[in-house]
Design a binder for this molecule. Structure first.
Ligand code: NAD
Ligand code: ZN
Length: 385
């Protein structure tokens, strides 16, 4: 490849290889300005409906509308409140009504401008209205840029639990403008970083070692050294490539797409225990969950204790919580946590499925985990609090 394509401000592109539904993920600083041109190339004559939340609208809605206008794309918008509570049936109805009122048709496009909440909500509305509208993800949080905007899982929460109502609906394009992350609150950036580390830990030891050495530059958005890709953009690219490769192999999570859930079975239980609130962000719960998965695997003798400690040490180094006791909100007993684990994952023939590890970068799907073993592990963790 020519070095010109690697200059800091030029976009880098990953592809999700799903045959005739394949799509590009463009990554780079300032890419929001190119959104209109990219949509016009993909869908000439389309009009757009932007779905966003109140925080993101304040920062970027005008910029997004200007980018569409510049390419001659008429746009309407719908704004939902910021936060997980917008992944509700009520917000879903609100967004669907707005799309229908605006006469958004098959030839048009829904633009999800926001974090994972907006992406999941707008994506599900796009999957549903007129039995499927094209949509474009413009992820604005780190979590959304490295994880939720890629792979086509869309949905909302039910009163019975997270993400229980939804659909697989792949976007036509993902535009990840890394400059937008400059306004993301640091705690949100750190929480998104848990998914970045997860991608290395589940399948790429070299990438994890790179993160250990370069995470400060990823956080600060430091410029590229020489003609290479800048660290933040590199981390987003690597994460997306790891996720995209898994999604291309197993779009519907019949097999190893489940590896992307490393840390999530434990993590969802902690999130539920904290009432899915700001007391514990998704990424923070995942960080504790990953630490649990490594610790639990080491206790089973699957990897040396020191290697598990190395994984956990990195999460702690960036400021993520790694112990249940780091989160005062999760002061529940092992039995209550086990209830929540069992709710998240169906118990099959008395066994639980967990993503465990044989080392850094070597995760696997373990379908034989005894609930009593998990309960004892959690009890011990809580007892040491
Ligand atoms: N579909 C998937 O595959 C998938 C994967 C992982 C997570 N998720 C979902 O993603 C959601 C979490 O996503 P999230 O962490 O992005 O949360 P979020 O969408 O709530 O965004 C976090 C906060 O940051 C604000 N924000 C976003 N971008 C900003 C910016 N550039 N500047 C300033 N503020 C900004 C938002 O308004 C919000 O307050 C969860 O609902 C989770 O279930 C989905
Ligand atoms: Zn996650």
């Amino acid at each position: 490849m020519m070095t010109a394509a690697l200059v800091e401000n030029d976009p880098i592109t990953a592809t999700v290889g799903l045959g005739d539904r394949a799509y590009d993920i463009a990554i780079g600083r300032g890419l929001l300005s190119s959104l209109g041109r990219r949509i016009a190339e993909l869908k000439p004559g389309a009009k757009a409906a932007i779905v966003t939340d109140a925080n993101v609208a304040r920062h970027y809605l005008a910029h997004c509308e200007a980018a569409l206008r510049a390419a001659g794309i008429p746009a309407v918008h719908v704004i939902v409140p910021a936060g997980e509570s917008s992944k509700s049936v009520a917000s879903f109805e609100h967004v669907c009504d707005a799309l229908i009122e605006a006469r958004v048709e098959r030839g048009d496009v829904v633009v999800a401008l926001g974090g994972g909440v907006v992406g999941d909500l707008a994506g599900f509305a796009a999957a549903s209205v007129r039995r499927g509208l094209d949509f474009v993800q413009v992820p604005t949080s780190l979590l959304a840029q490295v994880d939720s905007s890629v792979g086509g899982k869309t949905g909302i929460n039910s009163r019975y639990g997270k993400n229980l109502i939804g659909a697989f609906h792949q976007p036509r394009l993902v535009v990840a403008d890394t400059a937008l992350l400059d306004t993301l609150p640091p705690r949100q950036f750190r929480a998104g970083y848990a998914e970045v580390a997860k991608h290395g830990l589940l399948g790429d030891a070299d990438y994890f070692a790179w993160l250990e050495a370069n995470w400060k530059d990823v956080f600060s958005g430091a410029p590229a050294r020489g003609t290479g890709v800048a660290p933040r953009e590199y981390a987003i690219l690597k994460s997306v490539q790891i996720k995209a490769a898994i999604v291309a192999r197993d779009e519907r999570e019949i097999g190893d797409r489940a590896l992307l859930n490393l840390g999530h079975t434990f993590g969802h239980a902690f999130e539920a225990a904290a009432g899915f609130s700001d007391r514990l962000l998704h990424g923070e719960a995942v960080a504790i969950g990953i630490a649990c998965a490594f610790d639990f695997s080491a206790r089973r003798g699957l990897l040396p204790k020191a290697e598990a400690e190395r994984a956990i040490r990195h999460l702690a180094a960036v400021g993520l919580p790694t112990h249940i006791r780091d989160v005062p909100a999760v002061t529940t007993n092992a039995d209550a946590l086990m209830e929540l684990v069992a709710q998240d994952k169906k118990v099959k023939r008395g066994k639980l499925t967990f993503i465990l590890v044989r080392g850094i970068g070597a995760s696997f799907v373990a379908r034989d985990v005894d609930p009593d073993e998990v309960r004892a592990f959690l009890a011990e963790k809580l007892a040491r609090a």
